[in-house]
Design a binder for this molecule. Structure first.
Ligand code: IFM
Length: 475
């Protein structure tokens, strides 16, 4: 398949039913980590360990959304988005990850959801976006099979409480990050560097998804849609170094970064080449009879999180491909980089064509439910200007380029239903803390003052008109 697709430059319009939205995650915005009986999560623990967060911040207060949720929902209404995707803080609802619900935790999400509905915004719930109750990590975390059962219990409880208000349900956000950043690389909570355990975590996340879907499917009403969100890193093949070694590096990288979760979910099996690659580390003995059928149950939506595409530059023979401290287990030696693309404030290549490539690759190769881009966005060094505004032309250009990519995807006949910007408010960006701002709204973390960036107004115009009048993109 060709690597490049061209983006249009003139005015474009989108179908009126296309769903513009925004997305957040509980630990990143809520703060109030001790309020109303909330228990401790692995991120509370991890973010307080010295040296784990770039700027030394933590999520204790974050964007204070637990207190400011009313005004925040009003701001979403002003933005004019149709969808708001947010996640449930597991330790708010089950402080120790098991047992009866903490009613106050559930009530927060019921109030939030009701206000969204009152304002005409469709709530989209992610059950798990990384804030595992610490008590479950102490009992083994995701490498332990029991955690999958605990997720399903949590899912059942949340569905029973919010199911009358919420039609869109996602089990997991980016299980790749949970398994491989959390248990192999160690950059994310709980910070373990145990590649074999990370592979068990991968399977138990998938199993937790399957068990949860089974419970939700049994309890669903008509109109409710169930799914999962995966992050993808399409490898860009180098133009000038097409050697067998590089081809194998691309294959190994793609296997762990993209197919390790997708194939079990859609085809009910781990990729054969991945199983072979990982043989020195695991015999996949964590897979028990019946697991794969549970994992591959039908879904109504596949969430696609896309940020960038990296070039595979080669392999570093000095690095053991299974070395602890690397996310891509079995491909730790693969060297990736940027090939001449402009980069964001996080040094991520700006590559809207990669989103077209990805959705085409997905639909050409897999039998999938409708796709939703459940996250896309960019971080920049935003500042309040002397005129009191936040001028973020690079984010506007980024969003416009990706909106043009969406138009192209629709033109290709791909069933893509919506696009959610990450993220409405600047928030706690995991290992980067408060130093990495992805928001459409600038948050002053001292005062919690919110200032709409220029990109907020740009996206508001797109959501209202369903069109882009002319090319303003430089991306
Ligand atoms: O902030 C994260 C989010 O939690 C998961 N997807 C990527 C975002 C930007 O890094």
């Amino acid at each position: 398949m060709t690597n490049e697709f061209s983006l249009s430059t003139g005015p474009i319009t989108f179908p009126p039913e296309f769903g513009w939205g925004v997305a957040t995650a509980s630990y990143q915005i809520e703060g109030a980590v001790k309020a109303d009986g909330r228990g401790q999560s692995i991120w509370d623990t991890f973010s307080h360990l010295p040296g784990k967060i770039l700027d030394g911040t933590n999520g204790d207060r974050a964007s204070d959304h637990y207190n400011l949720w009313r005004q925040d929902v009003d701001q979403l209404a002003d933005l004019g988005v149709r969808y708001y995707r947010f996640s449930l803080a597991w330790p708010r609802i089950q402080p120790d990850g098991r047992g009866p619900a903490n009613q106050k935790g559930l009530d927060f999400y019921k109030r939030l959801t009701q206000r969204l509905l009152d304002k005409g915004i469709i709530p989209w719930v992610t059950l798990y976006h990384w804030d595992l109750p610490q008590a479950l990590e102490d009992a083994g975390g995701w490498p332990s099979r029991d955690t999958a059962q605990r997720l399903a219990d949590f899912g059942e409880l949340a569905f029973a409480a919010l199911g009358d208000q919420v039609d869109h349900w996602t089990t997991l956000n980016e299980p790749y990050c949970t398994a491989f950043l959390g248990y192999a690389d160690g950059e994310h909570a709980p910070g373990r560097q145990e590649p074999a355990a990370a592979l068990a975590a991968m399977h138990h996340l998938l199993l937790g998804h399957g068990l949860t879907i089974e419970r939700w499917a049994a309890a669903r009403r008509s109109g409710q849609e169930l799914g999962i969100t995966l992050n993808f890193s399409p490898p860009l093949a180098p133009e000038d170094s097409d050697t067998p070694e590089v081809r194998d590096a691309i294959r190994r990288y793609d296997a762990i970064a993209n197919r390790a979760f997708l194939n079990p979910l859609v085809r009910g099996e781990y990729p054969a080449d991945l199983v072979q690659d990982l043989a020195p580390l695991t015999d996949f003995g964590f897979v028990r009879e019946g697991d794969m059928a549970l994992i591959a149950q039908p879904m109504d939506a596949l969430g696609v999180n896309y940020y960038n595409r990296l070039a595979v530059l080669g392999v570093d023979p000095a690095v053991d491909r299974f070395a602890p401290g690397h996310a891509n287990v079995g491909a730790a030696d693969v060297v990736t980089g940027n090939r001449g693309r402009p980069v964001t404030g996080r040094n991520w290549p700006v590559d809207p064509e990669g989103l077209i490539w990805l959705t085409k690759w997905l639909t050409d190769n897999y039998d999938l439910p409708p796709l939703w881009v459940t996250e896309n966005g960019s971080a920049w060094e935003d500042r309040i200007a002397p005129d009191g505004a936040v001028h973020d032309p690079a984010r506007v250009a980024f969003l416009e380029a990706h909106a043009r990519a969406i138009r192209k995807i629709l033109d290709l006949g791909i069933d893509l239903r919506g696009y959610f910007v990450w993220t409405p408010w600047d928030n706690f960006e995991w290992a980067f803390g408060e130093s990495s701002r992805f928001g459409l709204v600038y948050v002053d973390y001292e005062t919690q003052q919110r200032t709409e960036k220029d990109s907020f107004h740009w996206y508001k115009a797109l959501a209202a008109s369903g069109s882009i009048p002319d090319d303003q993109s430089e991306a």
